[in-house]
Write a new protein. Structure first.
Lengths: 117, 114
């Protein structure tokens, strides 16, 4: 069965420093996609970054990068140069199929990130 | 190009009443997913619909919950005879087709049952 595990309920980081949010996953499929979403206190779900299981390079989007280690089944999110506006819940998610295109997203329980000034 | 629109943003219902949550997908999107988020939890899949078809309802409670996505108009998630345990945030996501990786989320409807 598919499963996403986020082991850090809460994290603190100093403004302007980098932070890594952990995510491990479990699937028997060879084709899948991994996603990170940000949920600020206002509640909406904001897509951050995506990594396909066959992508050879780690995904990057601005200050976000995904440290994809397929053998370890981990997909950690790295936020560089943290800003106060990065304070939010962060969810790791997985979807099966080529490029992560099939079926529903499976979410982890999330990590609450707090950025300190 | 408007994003996924959900309404209402906030809904208060008394126990035993009905709740109707609406989701208008992004223009050109024919696939809709509903998720529920309980307090302090991640999102849990409920149902996946295409126009006029329910594709996967494996996450829907067996009773009181139903969903539809008619040929015209928004997708509707209906909860009959609400109970306090139904209080949650309900999110809708849409994607253009089965081959698309990313699903775009609406802002959610926060249902409070009093």
């Amino acid at each position: 069965a598919q499963k996403i595990t986020q082991t850090q309920p809460g994290m603190f980081v100093q403004e302007k420093e980098a932070v890594t949010l952990d995510c491990t996953y479990d699937t028997s499929d060879q084709s899948y996609g991994l996603f990170w979403y940000k949920q600020p206190s206002s509640g909406e779900m904001i897509f951050l970054i995506y990594q396909g299981s066959y992508d050879e390079q780690n995904a990057t989007e601005g200050r976000y990068s995904l440290n994809f280690q397929k053998a370890r089944k981990s997909a950690n999110l790295v936020i560089s140069a943290s800003q106060l506006g990065d304070s939010a819940m962060y969810f790791c998610a997985m979807r099966e199929g080529p490029g992560g295109s099939q079926g529903n997203l499976i979410f982890g329980k999330g990590t609450k990130l707090s950025v300190k000034p | 190009n408007a994003g996924v629109m959900q309404n209402p943003r906030h809904l208060v219902r008394r126990r035993g009443q009905e709740a109707r949550l609406r989701c208008s997908p992004m223009k050109g999107h024919s696939h809709v997913y509903w998720y529920r988020q309980l307090p302090e939890e991640g999102l849990k899949f409920m149902v996946y619909l295409q126009k006029e078809n329910i594709i996967d309802e494996s996450g829907m409670p067996k009773e009181r919950f139903s969903a539809e996505f008619p040929k015209e108009g928004p997708s509707i998630l209906r909860i009959q005879q609400v109970v306090r345990g139904d209080s949650a945030a309900y999110f809708c996501a849409s994607s253009p087709n089965e081959g698309a990786a990313e699903a775009f989320f609406g802002q959610g409807t926060r249902l409070t049952v009093v």
